[in-house]
Design a protein around this ligand. Sequence first.
Ligand code: XIL
Length: 452
Amino acid sequence: MKINKLILLFVTTLFLGSCSNDEQGSTIESEVETPVTVKASFSYTISATDPYVAIFQNTTESSFQYQSLWDYGLGEGKVNVGSGLVEVRYNEVGNYTVKFYAVYNGVTTEESKTIKVDENGICPNGLCGSTSSTSLKDAATTFAVGNITRSSWVIGSGKYIELLKNEFNSLTSEYEMKMNVMYPAQGSYNFSAADAIVSFAQANDMYVHGHALIWHNATPSWVENFSGTDAEFEAMVKAYITTTVTRYKGKVRSWDVVNEALEDGSGNPLRKSVFKQKMGDDYIKKCFQFARDADPDVLLFYNDYNMASSATKRAAMFTLVDELGDLIDGVGAQMHISYNGPSASQIKNLADGVISRNLKLHFAELDIRANPNNDLTVLSNDRAKAQSAKYKEVVQIYNSIPLENKFALTVWGVRDNESWLIDFWGNADWPLLFDSNYNKKLSYYGFLGGLQ
Ligand code: XIL
């Protein structure tokens, strides 16, 4: 606060010369000590849970009412947010000029600071490169942390490759280790994309989770329309599984042998796939046996979705798994979930069922929808926090299962804008750990927080 000394001196002189009444005098003095300016001042700290968030504090000293305005340097201009601490997230790497204005008595003062943001978040004291960050795979000391990839993405170098190698130690092919890609025409395999992914993983000391030998949604049309007897069909499937599993023996840690065999409807019966139709109800067991015979050491999984949210689907899955006996090593629980469900107890029920069977648990295909009801056009701060909390919860649950049941937690995508969910649901969403510029989101820190 700046007091205009000249005015104060003038009025004090008047007061001394005209009156000796203390009470009156103090009244005159308080009217007189009017500041003509209020000096705007602010400070900021970096959030302990999200290094991309700055917490701003108005530190202006004044007991007078003045108007405060912020410009966070994000292109929104001046905003009036009232009093208290303000959290602002800087998603993009760059320099931001933040201004705080105090308006009093027709006079505006301002303070401005530059916020620098690099790929590790806000640079403390403007000094970038001094923040240390633990990667997901390093923080997860007892299980692998995976992500998906594509053969066209694992060539060359750049931000994506760096991030993948730094954060993850297990790879799953998003769609190139499925039957329609690996066996597009009868008698003619195409392993070129799968080979590229497996080689990249080997060169970078990453596991490969093979996904998925049999899936009704990735069955080539020549198999759907197979011309031949049922016995010939089964021999073809046996040859396909044997060829594929043998090719990657010692290179692929695990396979989803059959993916999504259960219906969603009441009773959750087996889907009426061409495999069930031609090989019989025990086609799953047969496929597991073919895979086991081809590689006695590879880990074999049954993989499906909605097994936390649906108790009946979970029960149907356990019935199926129990029938497989020693042929199965683990259950892959696809975690395509939302920020508001399924609940922690539903997820735990699923984990408990797997643990009680002494099987490995794969939290597979993790992505968490932030916009399941399509009520957002941009990811709001509140929703980002809720999504981050859900990531943390899921990771915490996984991290607390017994060591012998742990296997891997696989995230289904790196950047939000590349998530399959956007096409699948047809609306905007931000389900992953990184934004479209590979910046870590709040969800990333939720994941990391779940490992602590
Ligand atoms: C999806 C891929 O992400 C898409 O790129 C592809 O077009 C279709 O498959 N359950 C699964 C995954 O088991 O294989 C699916 O992946 C997503 C749902």
